[in-house]
Design a protein around this ligand. Sequence first.
Ligand SMILES: Nc1ncnc2c1ncn2[C@@H]1O[C@H](COP(=O)(O)OP(=O)(O)OP(=O)(O)O)[C@@H](O)[C@H]1O
Length: 328
Amino acid sequence: MGNPSPYLLEVRELKKHYTSKSGLLTRKKPVVKAVDGISLNIRKGEILGLVGESGCGKSTLGRSILRLIEPTSGNIVFEGQDILAYGKEEKRMMRKELQIIFQDSGAALNPRMTVGEIIGAPLDIYGLAQGEAKERRINELLELVGLNKDYVNRFPHEFSGGQKQRIGIARALAVEPKLIVCDEPVSALDVSVRAQVLNLMKELKEKLGLTYLFISHDLSVVHHLCDRVAVMYLGKIVEITDRNELYGNPLHPYTKALLSAIPNPNPEISRERIVLEGDVPSPSNPPAGCSFHTRCPYRMDKCSVEVPILLQTQGNHSVSCHLYNDEH
Ligand SMILES: Nc1ncnc2c1ncn2[C@@H]1O[C@H](COP(=O)(O)OP(=O)(O)OP(=O)(O)O)[C@@H](O)[C@H]1O
């Protein structure tokens, strides 16, 4: 039976609560609500950006989608199948469809393996190519990511940061995945090579019909690449909409503050700088009501009591904030 849903991936009410080991001796174990009830969809061929400050739960969400971390509750539906219900073998096969690219590609590459061995390993694991066919495929993958096929016998330490990230991308592509979770893939790179790697990722997406969940704390990078953007704060999505809508008409005070911190290339458009008060609260003890209210310049009395729902305001634009919930 085909997949009647228009979405490649559907995440429903996903939670990942970590139970800290340091609480073993105390009566109540502290629970870190890293992902706390997230719902989102990704269409085939789309790039969904996921932004938010450090510690808001972006990586936990990305890794939970691949089941590299087991979620606490919720549903993850990929091509119409609930992947959280998968057993060991189904999960192994699922990893062929869903791949990840990490920020620190250097650390993710085995220093004792040659580039050919690194890229060839997934081909062996899934029995995709052997002998000459495997060699051809490795060369093809190197070419695809813009690396010379003569590099095949070199080791990771012989490459620059940008080249290592290209090797990581080639390894992820080896199994012909449908969805790639890109976890801060250019954050560790020099500014001069960032654009090259981002352009490569965009080209590969078009050429191979890929779909990305693109995690970044850098809103300029997300603007360059993504079709839609989800903004995350303390384990929850606070706003999600099309890229141009988010950058042109941000609704949530947190999104407005994040955008106001990006240097403005056009001096004719003056943007009010919103400075947030205080630090991000701990996800093991999030504030009651709207979790952003402790830092929000527009907070009202009800914000410290009631949790706002993620409400669709117009078209594709959803926001969770009492300022808008009251209007609709
Ligand atoms: N294994 C773990 N055990 C307990 N807490 C964890 C664990 N992994 C992450 N956390 C906590 O969960 C929260 C979310 O972390 P996560 O790494 O997902 O955030 P992030 O938005 O990706 O941050 P960054 O951009 O810094 O990587 C943080 O408070 C973090 O300390």
